[in-house]
Design a protein around this ligand. Sequence first.
Ligand SMILES: [Fe+2]
Ligand SMILES: [Fe+2]
Length: 271
Amino acid sequence: MRLLFIGDVVGKAGREAVKIRLKRVKRDHNIDFCVANGENIAHGFGITAKTADELFNAGVDLLTGGNHTWDKKEIFALLDVKPIIRPINFPSGAPGKGIWIAQIGEKRVAIVNLMGFHNMGVVDNPFHAILNALETLKNDSIAHIAIDFHCETTAEKNALLKLLEGKVSVIVGTHTHVGTDDLLIASGTGYVSDIGLSGVRSEVIGMDGAEPIRRYLTGIKQSFEPIDRGCSIFQAIVVEIDDCGLCADCYKIKAFDDGEPFISQRHGGGW
Ligand SMILES: [Fe+2]
Ligand SMILES: [Fe+2]
């Protein structure tokens, strides 16, 4: 089976970058299921019904989240009725769920949304959370497991791969909005530290550069503002998983502005 993972989709520019090409990418690359990180789809912060439906209509099958999951109050109701998950390691009492089980052909596939420790506010230990989740999935005989690890530091992402290599199908990083070039397959687990954003690439992590520049020049912190003008980018990872649940192939697709999607990187083998 072949899965497509799109990283953080930021604002209207990100939604447009996905909408104009996703159906064709899914067809050209024989994609069975598409996951996109949606924490920034609604004007840069959170998820609304309208923006989620835009992406579902474009061909996204599941939205994952992160530290911005709760930014729009609409999300509380949406988590019960839409294919949207939030990090599994939010403390108990948080609405929604952190695992989605998709039926793809004869296989059940688990997509787990997990959030890192660093700079992420109050979450339970992600390493214990995922080990507990894997135990449950093992008892349910589910071997096809994909993790969206929404996490700030590459060291934490590397540590998760080291812990789980050979035990899950793929770990894709999200949150930093900057794609990394460390696509690899370690003991049958596909991995990239961060897929990178879809949205405006010529500002600062998809947001208007004026505020972050002011912040770093003056130390005064105000909210980032998403921006729709500028050069845009689409970034996604294709993952092929074999019948045993191991990653057989993975590669990255990029597209710039209104341009055609192209394969920008093949996996580099093991570590
Ligand atoms: Fe994000
Ligand atoms: Fe985030």
